[in-house]
Structure formats: C-alpha cells, structure tokens
Design a protein around this ligand. Structure first.
Ligand SMILES: NC(=O)c1ccc[n+]([C@@H]2O[C@H](COP(=O)([O-])OP(=O)(O)OC[C@H]3O[C@@H](n4cnc5c(N)ncnc54)[C@H](O)[C@@H]3O)[C@@H](O)[C@H]2O)c1
Length: 250
C-alpha cells in the first residue's frame, strides 16, 4: 500500500454540512484533526456551524445544483488550504413524498435529480483534478436504502439515490489505482430534520421494515463515514456501505 500521499490533517469538503448528518460528520472529522469546508445553501445554519466548529472551518453558501458556484467554491477551498483530500456529498432533498408515480410533478422530480445526482457530479468534477494531482483522495456519496429497494411514495428520491449508487460503481472502477477511492453509503431511516419533516405515515413505512425497529442515529452514521474516508480504508472502492439496522443484508 502506498502511504506517501496520506495527509496528517486532511482537508474535507462536506456538502450539506451545515446541518443533519453532514454536520455530525464535520464535528467528528474536526475532532480527529481535519480541516473542513462546509458547502450548504442555508446561510444561517452555515454561520452557526462555523461558530460551533471553530477555526479553521471554511464555509460557502452554495447550491450544489449550481455547477458554476460549486467550481468557484472548490477553487476557494484549494486556495485556502492548499489541497483537498476528502469529498463527502451529503446535500440531499426528498422532494414531495407519500404520492404515487402518476402524481409526481416533473419539476419536483427534476429538482431532486439536480440536487441529489448532478450535485454529486458537480462537486466530483471540480474536486477530482486536485485529488488526481496529489494521487490521493477519498470520495463518499450519500445514497440511501431507497436507492437499493425503492420506497413506495418516493419516486424521485429513490430514483436519484439509485443513480448515485450507479455513479459510485462507475467512478470506483474508473479511478481505481490512482490513489482515489469512491464509495457510497446507503442509510435506512436516521433521525434528522429531513426525517422529522416527512409525513408520519412515510416514516412508519420505513421503520416498520427495519429489524432493529428504530431509526439510526447521526453518530452511528458519522462513525462509519469517518472510517470510509480514512486513509486506512484503501482497498474498498465503488462500494455502497450499508447502515440500515439489518434491513439490507446484501
Ligand atoms: N436522514 C435519513 O434518514 C437519511 C436516509 C438515507 C439517506 N439520507 C441522505 O443523507 C443526506 C443527509 O440527509 P440529512 O437527513 O442530514 O438531511 P438534512 O435535511 O437534515 O440536511 C441536509 C443539508 O443539506 C442542505 N442542502 C439541501 N439541499 C442543498 C443544496 N441544493 N445545496 C446545498 N445544500 C443543500 C440543507 O440545507 C441541510 O443543511 C442526504 O443526501 C439524504 O438523502 C438520509
């Protein structure tokens, strides 16, 4: 294993990092010595997150669907920290839920795809040249159990997360041997604001399918993510990690 390019204080970009799972991951990486850059479109949450994480946290108000803004923000991180080691694509939206496919509004469907799928590609394309130059990188895309199994009532979201899993498989193969690993994580229901905002019947539909009969916690997700983006996780790429309380056994 080539260890020469592994940084001691890695630089991590986390999209959707101002809140929810992204913020929990940021807290954990900072505790381990990482320098983090949070991309999020919620400015108030970004300011709060920066205060909580302290220096040298970098924040940028960015809509990940906006390719130009993503490119500008990534270059600003590279200039501020001199390198980019980790990309965690956490920003995601559900769109309208608890509806059947024939009721799905195309504009809502397209918006979910632009954020959840194009968002991952936009950040990846901006970050990859930096990682390839240093022959080291860890990329982690947020998929979902719904991308593996399809959650009824969530057509746009499930379709977008299946696309993220496909993207991960392709990128894992394309960059194997370059020092970059590209993996995904597929959580079942984890208790965050995103879940709190869903209709109760949609949440019950999801927790009823979990053998552990509960939501996962943000800490449980952050712990697995910390491992996936660590230097030690060097022989796994193109893989979608499960974190589903026993729901997915494949
Ligand atoms: N919570 C769960 O149960 C669960 C399950 C499976 C997958 N996921 C995935 O995990 C990721 C994080 O989910 P969460 O529960 O923490 O969500 P959350 O809603 O609590 O947080 C998401 C963050 O992303 C930001 N965001 C949303 N759209 C954005 C955009 N276009 N550009 C920039 N920032 C944007 C929000 O402002 C927010 O800070 C998502 O991709 C989600 O699909 C969550």
């Amino acid at each position: 294993m080539n260890t020469t390019n592994q940084p001691t204080n890695p630089v991590a970009i986390i999209t959707g990092g101002a809140d929810g799972l992204g913020f929990s991951i940021a807290e954990r990486l900072v505790r381990k010595g990482a320098r983090v850059a949070l991309f999020d479109f919620n400015e108030e949450a970004l300011q709060k997150a920066q205060r909580q994480l302290g220096e040298p946290t970098f924040v940028a108000k960015v809509d990940v669907a906006d390719r130009v803004a993503v490119g500008v923000a990534v270059e600003a991180v590279a200039e501020a920290f001199g390198r980019i080691d980790i990309l965690i694509n956490c920003a995601g939206v559900t769109g309208r839920t608890n509806i059947k496919s024939h009721e799905v509004d195309l504009e809502d469907f397209n918006r979910v795809m632009r954020v959840n799928v194009n968002g991952c590609l936009n950040t990846f394309q901006a970050v990859a040249p930096h990682m390839l130059r240093q022959a080291y990188g860890r990329v982690l895309h947020f998929a979902s159990i719904s991308g593996k199994e399809g959650n009824a009532g969530m057509l746009a979201y499930s379709t977008s997360k299946a696309a993220v899993i496909g993207m991960t498989k392709v990128q894992g193969k394309e960059y194997a041997g370059t020092g970059l690993t590209v993996n995904a994580i597929a959580p079942a229901v984890i208790f965050t604001d995103m879940v709190a905002k869903l209709p109760p019947e949609q949440v019950k539909y999801m927790t009823d399918k979990i053998p552990m009969s509960r939501c996962g916690t943000k800490d449980e997700v952050a712990a697995l993510c910390e491992f996936i983006v660590s230097a030690e996780a060097s022989f796994t790429t193109g893989f979608t990690f499960d974190i589903s309380g026993g729901r997915a056994t494949y």
